[in-house]
Ligand binder design. Structure first.
Ligand code: SF4
Length: 142
């Protein structure tokens, strides 16, 4: 399975450590893939900054590299506020490139979980049960 990852530009300096660890361990959004199945990252980029202009073009390169799915990184979900465009990004990429889009990568870190629980953004996080995991897993991704 080959995938591309698009991250929120607010985290443009992120080294990708949590996403890559989750990929390797099949945690969070990667739990949908079997550990027996090789998982290869064929593209990694940012959205380009609000309102996400790079989402229009960057999947082209990922698909040329063989991407069979694109993940929108967990940073889109846990940012303050969560990205208001993530559902549109998913619709757009799936319509234009005919490959599935998964919202999320690594489990939600506990520190974000605790703050969002106090905010209206909890409704957004609560949509993604595969990212919520359990407290031990969330703490492991703090
Ligand atoms: S909030 Fe959304 S559009 Fe804005 S930088 Fe992050 S991913 Fe891109």
């Amino acid at each position: 399975m080959k995938i591309g990852i698009i991250i929120c530009d607010r985290y443009r300096n992120c080294g990708g450590g949590k996403c890559l660890r989750a990929m390797r361990n099949r945690d969070g959004a990667f739990s949908r893939y079997s550990l027996d199945e090789p998982l290869e990252l064929v593209g990694y980029s940012t959205c380009g900054g609000c309102p996400g202009g790079n989402v229009e073009h960057v999947p082209t390169e990922m698909v040329k590299n063989g991407a069979q799915a694109i993940h929108l990184a967990t940073g889109l979900v846990v940012g303050y506020p969560p990205c208001p465009y993530m559902d549109y990004f998913r619709q757009y990429i799936e319509a234009r490139y005919q490959i599935p889009v998964v919202i999320g990568t690594h489990p939600i870190p506990q520190k974000y979980y605790l703050v969002h629980r106090k905010l209206s953004s909890w409704d957004v996080l609560n949509r993604f049960d595969y990212l919520l995991a359990d407290v031990q897993m969330r703490e492991a991704y703090d």
